[in-house]
Design a protein around this ligand. Structure first.
Ligand code: MN
Length: 499
């Protein structure tokens, strides 16, 4: 469902016309080789397109305006191979609106001590050419990423690939439609927010639909489509039929019907993320559970209780991580549910009423039908599993009125020391960094919500890059977090983001 290959990044090489034809021919050849190295690197999420060397203010402005206008272009990577006087870039950068990465590399990695002369120095001068460009982007306060390192080094290209994933998520967000079936859960504060501001800043469109629109689609789903979907569940998951197979099958079929209808609805309405609300299920027999889990597994963003910001973040994570998954690796809607307050071994149990994405499951999830004490509807079918152990991140976006703040916690998912025989929902047990007490205190001080987007693929750097690109405040809780310094960071941020 998510195709990163439909995007590309433009590789712009800056120079000037003082150098003469021979040097400029060499500059063009060198930058083509850098682009070829990107093309040969399987870690790149999409193509990097070489563009002719930029020598004049007009060509710079024209190129950056074309980048703005081209829907394939998700951002530009700029390299000042030689010196490119940066006043030439002001007009172009003034109108440029997409993500920008300055790649401070040099064609020759090493200094050739025995042979170096002034010709070599004049060709390998990004050490100062990129500083001139750095000044103007700093002076103009252009949102940007700077990556330093030799272009032939895989770790350097990996940093760029990571940034590219964040930039593609920004492009995806610009046209992201998050369908809300029902409004936010009544009286809940953190899941609400300014939908107009979200659209202006992030592109997120948050249209409301009556749940009846979905019910109408469900009524039109044929038995054959329901059968095919149930067969799909049976091949992907182990189905726990319980004591009454007919009862279980009937309830699983209902989720299949919801899923088929949701997919059809999403295709018709160009929707890639959605929310539900257990307070608004008119005409539905069950709270969507298995259906939401299955949709998340194929790349949809989702969150419960009308939480459109978290649904959008789950979709954002799905885009950032597309193609990197493997067994138990993925992204999910999550909620901080229950603590283990052992002072020596503090942990957090993440779960939701039903809707955790099976992409993060350790082993094969099981389809189960159980009663749900909330919502007053029939027993919903859901996938039950435990999340795979390993490092992960949880991130929430909250609305502070004058700005959005993204709070991220690095966590370490653990294999639970014992099974959960009476827990009929998917769950993830983790140790937050630096420890439960500090992490939870910091999270609460920052006003981070109870719902999060969870990923064991997306990295802190990707989310930081994304926040920089879209102009969202970003605070991280990690192994270095200390409460007094964190409180000060929040105070300083409040000053920096004052409207
Ligand atoms: Mn919830």
């Amino acid at each position: 469902m998510i195709d990163l290959g439909k995007y590309e990044f433009w590789f712009l090489t800056g120079s000037q016309d003082l150098y003469g034809d021979e040097t400029l021919r060499q500059v063009a050849e060198d930058s083509k080789k850098v682009v070829e190295a990107f093309a040969a690197d399987k870690g790149m999420p999409c193509a990097v397109a070489w563009k002719p060397t930029l020598l004049t203010p007009d060509s710079i402005r024209a190129t950056l305006e074309q980048a703005n206008a081209d829907p394939r272009c998700a951002g530009v990577i700029a390299w000042m191979h030689t010196f490119s006087p940066a006043k030439m870039w002001i007009a172009g950068l003034s109108s440029y609106r997409k993500p920008l990465l300055q790649f401070n590399t040099q064609f020759n990695r090493d200094i050739p001590y025995d042979t170096i002369d002034m010709d070599f120095m004049n060709l390998n001068q990004s050490a100062h050419g990129d500083r001139e460009f750095g000044f103007i982007t700093a002076r103009m306060d252009v949102p940007r990423k700077v990556v330093v390192g030799h272009w032939g080094e895989p770790a350097t290209r990996a940093r760029i690939a990571s940034w590219m994933r964040a930039a593609i998520a920004v492009a995806d967000g610009k046209k992201l439609r998050i369908a809300r079936f029902g409004d936010n859960m009544r009286e809940v504060a953190v899941t609400d927010g300014d939908k107009v501001e979200a659209m202006m800043r992030l592109g997120w469109s948050v249209p409301y639909y009556g749940v009846g629109d979905l019910v109408e689609h469900m009524a039109a789903v044929g038995a054959a489509d329901v059968d095919a979907k149930v067969a799909e569940y049976e091949s992907s998951y182990s189905v726990s039929w319980g004591k009454d197979k007919a009862f279980a099958l009937d309830h699983i079929r209902e989720q299949a019907r919801i899923e088929v209808a949701l997919r059809q609805f999403a295709a018709e309405n160009d929707v890639n993320a959605f929310t539900t609300n257990f307070q608004d299920l008119h005409g539905l027999k069950q709270l969507p559970g298995l259906a939401c889990q299955s949709l998340m597994a194929s790349g949809f963003g989702f969150a419960g209780e009308g939480d459109w910001k978290t649904a959008a973040m789950v979709r954002t994570f799905k885009v950032m991580s597309a193609g990197l998954g493997g067994a138990g690796r993925g992204d999910s809607f999550m909620e901080d549910y229950t603590y283990h307050l052992d002072p020596e071994n503090g942990m957090n149990l993440g779960a939701h009423m039903l809707e955790i994405c099976p992409s993060i499951a350790d082993g094969k999830p099981s389809v189960e039908v159980h009663a749900l004490g909330i919502g007053g509807k029939a027993d919903p079918a859901r996938l039950v599993f435990t999340a795979k152990a390993g490092p992960a991140v949880c991130a929430a976006v909250v609305d502070f009125g004058t700005r959005f703040r993204c709070v991220l916690n690095e966590v370490d998912v653990v294999t639970p020391p014992k099974p959960f025989p009476r827990l009929p929902v998917a769950r993830a047990l983790w140790k937050p960094a630096p420890d439960l007490r500090t992490a939870a205190e910091a999270w609460i001080l920052a006003g981070g919500g109870h719902h999060t987007a969870f990923s064991n693929i997306v990295t802190t750097d990707m989310v930081r890059d994304w926040a920089e690109m879209v102009g969202v405040e970003f605070v991280v809780i990690d192994r270095d977090t200390k409460i007094p310094a964190f409180r000060n960071e929040l105070r300083w941020n409040a000053a920096a983001w004052r409207a």
